[in-house]
Design a binder for this molecule. Sequence first.
Ligand code: C2O
Ligand code: CU
Ligand code: CU
Length: 468
Amino acid sequence: MTPLLSRRGFVALSGSFHAVAFATRAIAAASNKGQSGLVTLSLEASESSTLIGGQQALLQTFNGIVPGPALHARPGDTVQIDFHNSLGEPTNLHFHGLHIPPTGAADNSFRIVPDGESFAYDFTLPHSHSGGTFWIHPHVHQSAARQVSRGLAMPLIIHGELDEIPEIQSAQDFLLVLQDFNLSPDGLPIEPSNMERMTGREGSLITVSGQLNPTIPIPQDGWVRLRLINASSSRFYRLQMEEHTLYKIASDGGALPQPQAMDELLLVPGERAELMIQGSRPPGAYRLLNLPYDRGGTGMMGARGNGSAAAASSTLLRLAYDGKASQLVSLPSRLVSIDLLPPPSRIRTFTLGQGMGSMQRGMSFTINGRSFDHRRIDTQVKLNDIEDWDFVNLMSMDHPMHIHTNPFQVIGPDGAPIPEWKDVVLVPARSRVRVRSAFRDFAGLAMYHCHILDHEDMGMMGIVQFKD
Ligand code: C2O
Ligand code: CU
Ligand code: CU
């Protein structure tokens, strides 16, 4: 264990608890859907003046709020979203991490909803779908970074096995959507420069479920459960809780086989994690810190990438001791079992790089030397085949790579798959990462891309066809 930071941030319990109410309401509201197996939502994307981090801003919102409302469902449920686009520009919905068809009215990122039009998203979650923390965001090529960075993101919680474990249930559940905004003093979003787009835009205002530095209560000796979603377009979060161990119980695609104790957690764009924290310290308030992280730069024209933004730590929220747990609960050593994927029938290589693009379009990002083209199928895999995909990063900046429709297992240094379902994997600068997937159930076209959304918009995306 690396030494934990000293507790400099001891504060009186004066903070506002309305962030807590917000997070709790978001969680509680949807659990009271009926037993019908049908989850319906009427959802409008529009530009609205809304409160973000305590200030008024003109953002792109789902149903007028940032982040959008949390949707809750169970495996086997049918989800129907009556979506209307009032944004003033084309948009759509992508169901990040869900194992549902990439076609029709389901997770069809190719379908664009023009301004002023509606679309009825409609899909059924497989009964075998794992529970977990997922999310919804727009996916229009060349607008994804702008729309997500202006607020369009909403959680989608699928309740599953993990939620039935009594020790986990004993913890209060908080849904924490991490977003960053770059706003003018009068609350208007500032568009990034070309250089900022190249490294991936970051905003100086960091919010947690729309709040600035909220306070979360924890009973002494009791537990809280944090469901984290990195819904920022580029920012990485390196999280550390002062004087507290983080117990990771779930990642992108749901529960881990056992709780994993850690001092810090790196959460890259698109990633999710669920953490348990125990109120095991003297009563007080402790900070959840976002530590510096350098994700590299283009190395062009002497640019240092986001070096300056990465230099300082900040506080994301405060954990404030409040009351005492009625009984001492310890985490179970086993959570949910995960079958390891067998060896692959094929290995493919995806090399991440950059190209000069055309004169007007400027810099581009590439996979295997090519920028995204919506008319080109880059990769064909046979349905239900197991493959290893090697992401090879030749650049001096990190790329978090994401694959739609099917989660994967990362291959560890020993050559064996790690028992954890992921859909985003960090491929650090000048390195190689291998993932294994079993492209199950759904034929059709889907995308894989860098989840630094500016990179996706600049071409670091390809199309995979799952063939029957
Ligand atoms: Cu969260 Cu294709 O993205
Ligand atoms: Cu996705
Ligand atoms: Cu990238």
